[in-house]
Ligand binder design. Structure first.
Ligand code: NAI
Ligand code: MG
Length: 352
């Protein structure tokens, strides 16, 4: 019996609706699998926690989380109660940084029964591996002078270690998929960091002779995500490029409510964190119509991470069965609620 300790952090808003939904699905998986059990410990850290205790998480929060096998997070943020920079930096970003979750992965795939905003989306199935710790999102820089003479300098930081780590992760994933890695670059415009990124990519790829590669400038790549997303398998990108690309990826899938993500710790010192792309969706909270698929697909990424890829793939097939059957929430043009979509997925799992 494989027992997995999962720290569950529903957070705010619809996080509290979709995390329990995904837990129902994981429970169904352990019911049919037998050899796999998920032990959830739930922590109520949120903006409401902040109002009561003046902090998003208690002082010993990271200590509590560090022995979990994974962290399963819903969404953080409620601007009516707490400014976003306090809530997100006090919880989500703190965990990502302190637990050295240096890689962010976000798949984008066209699911049957879901209308993409693209007129002719073909069958795309891609995965962006984003460097999650450095690059353009660095704290190096500053501002000098005030008024008309003011100058702001923001430095991008690219280390060989950080770049190589993201690229190797991308190659390992591609080996299990369609065996192709595209590197997002901009060495025609950014003359120091991007030629360096390209050099590291050229050297890393020699270790993976079976994997095809290409490099694309980020502007052209962004356009191809819209015009020909089906041509990609795995894309490796710096922090900023990956951030922008993955939003396009989520958009072409048809709703942010279905897009999954994972923040991966690769040195094994701390747990990885699995969270959907969407936020707390304050406009639909409490209505019972939040799409649970983003959180459930996130659970699939967690299964993959635990080496249960076969199970993860089955779960994604079942999600697609349900979307193909037209059991959709309103964000996808459907008339069903969170409970019905979750129930339809869990029911199909129990029939496996
Ligand atoms: P959002 O993702 O919460 O909502 C954007 C739009 O997508 C809304 O119309 C919402 O109803 C819809 N939507 C989101 N998730 C959905 C779901 N599961 N099913 C159906 N529709 C869904 O982004 P927004 O409104 O910019 O941010 C709201 C709060 O969430 C803010 O406090 C923000 O800081 C926070 N946030 C947190 C994130 C996280 O925890 N990783 C990510 C993005 C935003
Ligand atoms: Mg973003």
């Amino acid at each position: 019996m494989k027992k997995l300790k999962i720290a569950s952090l529903p957070g705010d808003g619809v996080g509290k609706e979709v995390v329990p939904a995904a837990q129902t699905v994981l429970k169904a998986i352990s019911d049919v699998h037998g050899g796999l059990r998920f032990d959830f410990t739930e922590y109520p850290w949120s903006c409401e926690h902040y109002l009561k205790h003046d902090q998003m998480m208690p002082d010993d929060a990271l200590d509590k989380l560090k022995d979990a096998d994974a962290i399963f997070l819903g969404a953080v943020g409620n601007q009516k109660l707490v400014p976003d920079h306090i809530s997100l930096w006090g919880m989500l970003i703190k965990i990502r940084r302190e637990f050295e979750q240096v890689i962010n992965i976000r798949p984008a795939k066209l699911l049957k029964g879901i209308t993409s905003p693209l007129a002719n989306p073909k069958d795309f199935d891609l995965l962006v591996v984003r460097e999650n710790s450095e690059g353009e999102y660095s704290e190096v820089g500053g501002r000098i002078f005030r008024g008309e003479d003011e100058v702001a300098i923001q430095n991008a930081v690219f280390s060989r270690r950080g770049s190589e780590r993201a690229m190797r992760y991308a190659f390992e994933l591609a080996a299990k998929r369609k065996k192709h890695v595209t590197s997002a670059t901009k060495s025609n415009g950014i003359v120091h960091s991007m030629p360096f990124w390209d050099e590291v990519f050229q050297s890393v790829k020699t270790d993976y002779p079976d994997i095809g590669t290409d490099s694309q400038h980020i502007d052209a790549l962004a356009a191809f995500f819209v015009t020909q997303p089906q041509r990609f398998d795995v894309i490796v990108a710096s922090n900023l490029f990956g951030d922008v690309l993955t939003d396009i990826g989520a958009a072409i899938m048809g709703s942010i409510g279905i897009a999954p993500a994972a923040n991966i710790n690769v040195n094994g010192k701390y747990p990885s964190m699995f969270e959907p792309v969407h936020g707390s969706a304050p406009d639909i909270v409490g209505k019972g119509i939040a799409n649970p698929i983003g959180q459930i697909w996130t659970a699939k990424l967690m299964l993959d991470h635990f080496g249960e890829e076969e199970l993860g793939n089955k779960l994604l097939d079942i999600i697609e069965d349900v979307t193909a059957a037209g059991i959709l929430t309103p964000d996808l043009g459907g008339k069903y609620g969170t409970k019905e979509v979750t129930g339809a997925i869990a029911e199909r799992i129990l029939k496996l």
